[in-house]
Design a binder for this molecule. Structure first.
Ligand code: PEP
Ligand code: MG
Length: 541
């Protein structure tokens, strides 16, 4: 038996078979093929598919008067038609008798290297475009965009690391636990994994691909993984799992009960979701609303920007099924660790403080309007609250509101039915805290994103595992920012909630309740334990 120590990301234990996932790019089969023409035909088919997709994106950008976007997509189409590049790949496949994948990898990387060393910066920068296209063709050849699949039997997913997009695309019916060798507590991949409601362990440092196919116990509460567990350990965990079930059963009695302290202070207890299908778990756990629907994951799932209709159906499903409970939907927060190749965002040195969230929305207004129109249409079906992420100035917020008003006018002219809705701001940058009184005059509510607020207040990349010991959401500066937000919000009649991971930290519940927080929004699995915690408090003491 091998015991691996990591960090527990979400509670509970499970026993099952591990399937170890490695990003297909690293699994490229070099091949040794006599039938080179068949491999060249595969390359051609993949190249055509990617080209067609890019042409479609270029057309969509042109239709939305996004000249810059259309130019980027068209230039990528031209690159894919470059005779020299095509010949490099095909000659290599033919002469070396290698697979299409290997031909693409070698051909594209050689051309990228050649270009990178050229003196003209405009041309040398195109090496990044070539590498991006290499990845897209490899994804097409390997079928990466179809997501991680290991058949239909339940399995524990092991991986060196997973991206947010990997987790977003997981087939949740079959994955019963997740173990990663790397990862960090508040990365989006981790937040999403937590939302699946299955035991997860990250930073399992000695985990390796050799665990594939082995029987494994994952203990998300303690952060342990046992590979090939002995009889005694299995017995012990049978007991642990029985007790976990008993604890979960004991919480059932809290369903339908108020989230209120002994001395009568009530708080709205909401849940965070990232997928319309999570509503079922939200209702099962009796949350009284949705405090954060991270709409971003709709954008990560596919290879292209989701249409207005697709988004509308997703938002409508959530507000309609939650009705009359309130649903806060956040406009898209992509960029940073959530990469979406179809937006062709430039590579950045510091993506967490780069082109992400509202900055993308205000730069690509055509895309932003698609989302806002979909949200406004959904407002007819339930109790919708729209929230804008990463706001740092009143001007940004006003710009968002102007674009929203423009969309509303369009829809009125088109005769589309809309309902009432509320507008809020994520308080997740120190700048927003310092102008919180001004922001409060513009909106109906705030929600504090403690994950980013901690990252930006402490000047500390939440994605970087090496900084884990410095990442302290309990830091007095962060707590003071939360207090300032609640007080300012209340001065102006705004509701103030907390939706970052800290909202579910029961060691902070009393502090937040004493500060007067109106809403706490947590993973659906934390709803009942948090209700229990609130009901044990007596703030009169
Ligand atoms: C946050 O920053 O706390 C938050 C809720 O948003 P996200 O984790 O999606 O950045
Ligand atoms: Mg955030």
């Amino acid at each position: 038996m091998l015991k691996i120590e990591g960090k527990g990301l979400s509670q509970g234990a499970v026993i099952g078979k591990m399937r170890f996932y490695m990003a297909p790019v690293y699994e490229i089969d070099e091949g040794d093929y006599d039938d080179s023409e068949a491999e060249i035909a595969r390359f051609e088919a993949a190249r055509e598919a990617v080209k067609e997709h890019l042409m479609m994106l270029a057309e969509a950008a042109e239709a939305a008067s996004d000249k810059e976007g259309a130019t980027v997509f068209n230039s990528h189409v031209d690159l894919l038609d470059d005779h020299g590049l095509i010949m490099r790949v095909e000659d290599f496949i033919r002469e070396m008798k290698k697979s299409a994948e290997f031909g693409v990898k070698v051909g594209f990387e050689n051309v990228a290297d050649d270009i990178r060393s050229l003196p003209d910066p405009y041309i040398s920068q195109r090496s990044d475009d070539i590498l991006e296209l290499e990845r897209e063709i490899l994804e097409e050849l390997i079928g990466l965009s179809k997501g991680i699949r290991f058949g239909n039997d339940p399995y524990i997913l092991g991986a060196y690391d997973l991206t947010a997009a990997d987790v977003a695309r997981l087939d949740r019916r079959h994955v019963i636990a997740i173990v990663m060798k790397e990862g960090n507590m508040t990365t989006h991949a981790s937040i999403l994994a937590k939302g699946l409601g299955i035991p997860c362990v990250i930073r399992a440092e000695t985990l390796s691909a050799a665990c594939d196919g082995k029987e494994v116990i994952v203990d998300g509460t303690e952060g342990f993984v046992f590979v090939d567990p002995d009889e005694e350990t299995v017995k012990k965990y049978d007991d642990v799992m029985r007790k976990d079930r008993e604890f979960a059963d004991s919480l059932i009695r809290l369903k339908g009960k108020m989230t209120v302290t002994k001395d009568g202070r009530e708080v709205r207890l909401y849940a965070n979701i990232s997928n319309p299908y999570d509503v079922e778990t939200v209702l099962e756990n009796d949350a009284t609303g949705i405090g954060l629907f991270r709409s971003d994951f709709l954008f990560l799932k596919d290879r292209e920007y989701p249409s207005e209709e697709e988004q509308f159906l997703a938002y409508r499903k959530v507000v309609e099924e939650m009705k009359p409970r309130s649903v806060i939907i956040r406009t898209v927060d992509i960029g940073s660790d959530k990469s979406v190749p179809y937006l062709q965002l430039p590579k950045e040195e510091n993506p967490a403080i780069g082109m992400r969230a509202i900055r993308i929305s205000l730069t690509r207004v055509d895309f932003f309007k698609v989302q806002l129109r979909a949200l406004l249409r959904a407002s007819a079906y339930g109790n919708l609250r729209i929230i804008f992420p990463m706001i740092t100035s009143v001007a940004e917020l006003r710009e968002c509101k102007d674009i929203l008003a423009e969309c509303e006018l369009e829809l009125v002219k088109e005769g589309v039915r809309m309902g009432s809705y509320k507008i809020g701001v994520m308080i997740e940058t120190p700048a927003s805290v310092f102008i919180v009184d001004q922001l409060a005059e513009e909106v109906d509510f705030f929600s504090v994103g403690t994950n980013d607020l901690t990252q930006f207040t402490l000047a500390l990349d939440r994605e970087n595992p090496a900084l884990d010991k410095f990442y302290d959401p309990h830091h007095p500066a962060v707590i003071e920012e939360i207090r300032m937000t609640i007080e300012a919000g209340h001065r102006h009649g705004c509701l103030v909630g907390i939706c970052g991971e800290l909202a579910g930290d029961t060691s902070m519940t009393e502090t937040f309740m004493r500060m007067g927080v109106d809403e706490l929004s947590v993973n659906p699995q934390f709803v009942l334990p948090l209700r229990q915690k609130v009901r044990e408090l007596d703030l009169s003491k």
